[in-house]
Design a protein around this ligand. Structure first.
Ligand code: ADP
Ligand code: MG
Length: 227
């Protein structure tokens, strides 16, 4: 489903060219739950942002269902982001003055859809947010905000969910809730890529890819016996 071939990412910095990712090749099958781990600065967010078409590679290629991102224009990439990929961030990235309902509906509004009520209500129910629908998201707790962000990420029924440290700003209880939501989405058939530095969360995936200084240093499948 997702293929990365010899991906490199370099940044120009005042002190010269910095290589954030080097020779990263990775194949992820539909329905997998993959954790990406590694120290701070190892390139995890850079990698996820490129998979999510938020950033472009310096060289190499990324293909989603055989479509090479580098051959696509901005409009085509925006469509992939809207339809095929759901992104969840550590800092939630919600519109604070919009209500829960409006935040969740936003991706539908962006693609011009108007009959949204049923779909939004279904996702509100799925994420246990029905009673919060009319509240501005700035009034919610961190755990609730992250559930809104997940609802927004899945409103278009994307096949791929990317989560960059989604539990990084949450307490243990809410982290466990978010992790079990991701596991449920995976069981429902979604491919999930989770960036985390929590070993316990990583072990809830089926596969752990470890980055160090922009390179993959290990890629291991977790067997059922390890869980
Ligand atoms: P991680 O998510 O694993 O903590 P990042 O992918 O955010 O790491 O960053 C990897 C490296 O790339 C870091 O050393 C970071 O400072 C550097 N980096 C990220 N974005 C930029 C940028 N826009 N310009 C220069 N360096 C960057
Ligand atoms: Mg990061």
């Amino acid at each position: 489903m997702l293929k990365l071939l010899d991906v490199k990412k370099e940044y120009n910095t005042p002190s010269g060219c910095f290589s954030a990712l080097d020779s990263v090749s990775l194949c992820i099958e539909e329905g997998e739950f993959v954790a990406i781990v590694g120290k701070s600065g190892s390139g995890k967010s850079t990698l996820l942002n490129m998979i999510g078409t938020l950033d472009s590679v310096t060289s190499g290629s990324i293909l989603l269902d055989g479509q090479d991102f580098s051959t696509m224009n901005g409009r085509q990439l925006a469509e992939i982001r809207n339809q095929s990929i759901g992104f969840v961030f550590q800092r939630f990235n919600l519109e604070p003055e919009y209500t829960v309902y409006q935040n969740i509906e936003l991706p539908l509004v962006i693609n011009g859809s108007t009959q949204n009520e049923q779909r939004v209500q279904a996702v509100l129910g799925q994420l246990d947010l029905t009673s919060k629908a009319k509240l501005k998201t700035k009034l919610l707790s961190g755990g609730e905000q992250q559930r809104v962000a997940i609802a927004r990420a899945i409103i278009n029924d994307p096949k791929l969910i990317l989560a960059d440290e989604p539990c990084g700003n949450l307490d243990t209880t809410n982290s466990n809730i978010v992790m079990s939501i991701l596991q449920t989405l995976n069981q429902q058939g979604k491919t999930v890529i989770l960036v985390t530095h929590d070993q316990e969360d990583a072990r809830k995936a089926q596969r752990i890819v470890t980055l160090s200084n922009g390179r993959i240093i290990s890629d291991e499948k977790i067997s059922a016996a390890d869980i």
